[in-house]
Every structure is written in C-alpha cells, then in structure tokens.
Design a binder for this molecule. Structure first.
Ligand code: ZN
Ligand code: ZN
Ligand code: ZN
Length: 247
C-alpha cells in the first residue's frame, strides 16, 4: 500500500501508523476529512487486496447515578448546566441518551459529553436538584457472540459455541431453557475456581449487576485512567487487513 499511495499527493497528515499484533495496519489521521480522502485513495488503488474498517467516532459516555425522579432525559442537561458552574463546556455539549430504573428503584441517566467535559464531570459530583450524584464512565465489556466470554470478539474466538442465556452449547433457535434455568458461563467458570466464595451463576449474560461483568469493568476503568484521552477516544482511525482469500 505504501508504494501505491503517497500521503503528500492526497494531502493527508498521518498521526499514527502501526502494525497491530494480529497483522492489521492501523492508521490515524488528523481529521475526519483527511481520513475520508485516505480511505477513498486506498479503495481506488488497492481496495481489492485490503479490507478497510473505519472506526466510528464515539463520544465518551457517562452514567449519572441516583438522579431525582423528576429529572428526565428532556431536562437533565439544562439542570446540569444551571447547577454546576464549575463545568465549562469549551464548545462541547452534553447529550442525554436515556434513563433507566435500577433494581434498587433508583433512576440512572446516561449522557454523552466531549472528552474535555467528561474529565471535568468526573473530577466532581454533579449537583442535580437537591441531590449530589455520583458519575462514572459508562463502559460496556466486549463479550464474544460465539462463546459468551469477555474481552474478545467472535472473529478472534478460539472457544466453544456457548449460548449467552443458558450457557448451553447451541445457537439461539435451539434454546428451550426458561428464565429459571438461565446460567452465565463466566460466573460458572468463576465458581469452578473459587469454591469458597461462590457468586450467583443463575442468570443470563444480559444481567447488568453480575460480578463477572463488574470485574471486567473494574479492569477497564483502571486501563482507562492510564490511557486517558489516548487509546479509548482515538478518533479518525482506520484499520486495514489483507483480504483472506487472496495470496
Ligand atoms: Zn469467543
Ligand atoms: Zn439453551
Ligand atoms: Zn453473574
């Protein structure tokens, strides 16, 4: 590819260019515009040999806990701006996504904010109505569609097919387990190695307050602090993979 495309010709500034462990090449440009022209150039010159994956821009997502009941997706951003003057948006904005009621009956609201605003919000607690609300990064663990284990995708899966609801070795269509027989493979595995401190394994992979899921999120939070602003919010990147069926 380097032979075929000259970044100077298409006026693209390359910020990062590296080969990932799995052989893919990752390229980061300085802006989305530049990324698009780079992708166009790659497509024209060597689109047949390469599989091109553009990374979606995603704003940091945060979860606000124990929001008063009268605060909704419709009014939460106005309330945050009115009651928390130490947060300077710097041209960024806050978008409320959705609200949900936790098992304990509390309301939590998910918001999106720019990286600068996120940092400020996480340094304080949000004053909302008469409450002072805790805020955390909203993270979703990567869970494999094939084997239901955490931290890899199905394209990298070396495990056995395991259905997320019942831990059975079958696909969705073949599942006959009622909710009362739901089991989560990650909690079963944990219990196998921790005979003295067993956790509840009788639930599907979708349960939000599962200890296995929590453990993964705790790890994510630690690496997020280390990589702040680097890895997780990397924008304007594309990865290239050699097409498998060609030699
Ligand atoms: Zn897997
Ligand atoms: Zn099943
Ligand atoms: Zn669990």
């Amino acid at each position: 590819m380097k032979k075929d495309i000259n970044p100077t010709d298409i006026i693209v500034g390359i910020k990062t260019l590296k080969t990932l462990r799995d052989g893919r090449i990752l390229i980061e440009t300085c802006s989305e515009e530049e990324l698009n022209s780079l992708i166009r150039a790659i497509n024209t010159k060597c689109g047949e040999q390469l599989e091109i994956m553009k990374h979606k821009l995603r704003k940091p997502r945060l979860i606000i806990y124990n929001v008063p009941e009268e605060i909704t997706v419709g009014n939460v951003t106005t309330v945050i701006k009115a009651q928390n003057h130490e947060i300077t948006l710097n041209g960024e904005d806050i978008t409320a996504k959705f609200r949900y009621k936790s098992r304990k009956g509390n309301y939590n609201i998910f918001i999106e904010a720019g990286p600068h605003t996120r940092k400020q919000i996480l340094q304080t607690k949000l004053k909302i109505g008469w409450e002072i609300c805790k805020v955390e990064d909203y993270l979703v663990p990567t869970r494999c569609y094939r084997c239901s284990r955490f931290n890899h995708k199905h394209s990298d899966c070396k495990g056995e097919e395991t259905f997320p609801h019942c831990a059975g070795k079958h696909k969705l269509k073949e599942c006959t387990a009622p909710i009362s027989e739901h089991k989560f493979i990650n909690c079963i595995t944990y219990n196998r190695y921790h005979k003295n401190e067993k956790i509840d394994e009788n639930h599907s992979a979708l349960r939000k307050d599962c200890p296995s899921r929590e453990a993964v999120l705790t790890k994510y939070r630690k690496t997020l602090i280390i990589n702040m602003g680097k890895k997780h919010y990397q924008q304007n990147t594309v990865t290239l993979r050699q097409n498998q069926h060609q030699n």
